[in-house]
Design a protein around this ligand. Sequence first.
Ligand SMILES: *[C@@H]1O[C@H](CO)[C@@H](O)[C@H](O)[C@H]1NC(C)=O
Ligand SMILES: *[C@@H]1O[C@H](CO)[C@@H](O)[C@H](O)[C@H]1NC(C)=O
Ligand SMILES: *[C@@H]1O[C@H](CO)[C@@H](O)[C@H](O)[C@H]1NC(C)=O
Length: 245
Amino acid sequence: MHCSTSALLTLLAGTAYAAVGDWQQCGGKNWSGETTCNAGAGCVKINEYYSQCQPGAAPVPLPEPISSAKPTTVSPGTPVVTTTPSGTGPGRTLQSGYLWIRGVAAPNFHKYMQTSPILSTGPAVLGDYTKAGQFQVVSGQLVQLVSAPGEPVKLLYANVSEERSINDMSLAVTFSESKNTYGTFAWGGDDLQWSAAGVNRPNKSAWYVCTGQKMYINLGNYLYQTPSGCADQTIHYYNDKTANN
Ligand SMILES: *[C@@H]1O[C@H](CO)[C@@H](O)[C@H](O)[C@H]1NC(C)=O
Ligand SMILES: *[C@@H]1O[C@H](CO)[C@@H](O)[C@H](O)[C@H]1NC(C)=O
Ligand SMILES: *[C@@H]1O[C@H](CO)[C@@H](O)[C@H](O)[C@H]1NC(C)=O
């Protein structure tokens, strides 16, 4: 993979949270734009001020700096699944390109999206801020960062069950190592939405939080015929450095 920085055009994606296209800038000392590359591409450090998305590249910076300056944190966000153990995870400081997701109304005011147990495959739950997961929507997938800064990037994908549960109006959401094949996640303003061809939802932002704080997509109306044991919820991104109560 040959690359020449001079031949590169830096075309910033206009939309917030869009992944950076191949061969475009995804990082550097003064870079404040998007840091997430397209699926299959990695953010590769060219020099101190310029990193670019390279198709098929490893997610960690390749060249060692010539100067004595050590690279600081590695830009996460490359959708590459590895078998590396997740270790301590991304921690309680929001990593570049990621977002917290939380409820903003009772009974789940400032409860944050996470997996149970944290950083592993399992049901999506809305829980304590100290266990908040870090997320991003990439190409319609809701991804959770589970690797620590400096480790090979490891992601889990929100998997929407095609099988209806609770009252025949809800779809269970779990986190899995393979990509979701049912429907598309997207931000509608700051709220997390899900839609699928052939599924007519009156409110794309409607979720249920049920027994055990487990999260379901609500296919019906918000605040209408709420199943027992569940609460209606919309969930929103939050991008402060730390999750709080
Ligand atoms: C990067 O930012 C620093 C501090 O704000 C500034 O001094 C420097 O000129 C910038 N470098 C480039 C290449 O923009
Ligand atoms: C997604 O969830 C469904 C229902 O829980 C399950 O049958 C399916 O195997 C899961 N898919 C993945 C990729 O984990
Ligand atoms: C969905 O429900 C939420 C909560 O009541 C509301 O704020 C939002 O406007 C609704 N969206 C639509 C498209 O009706």
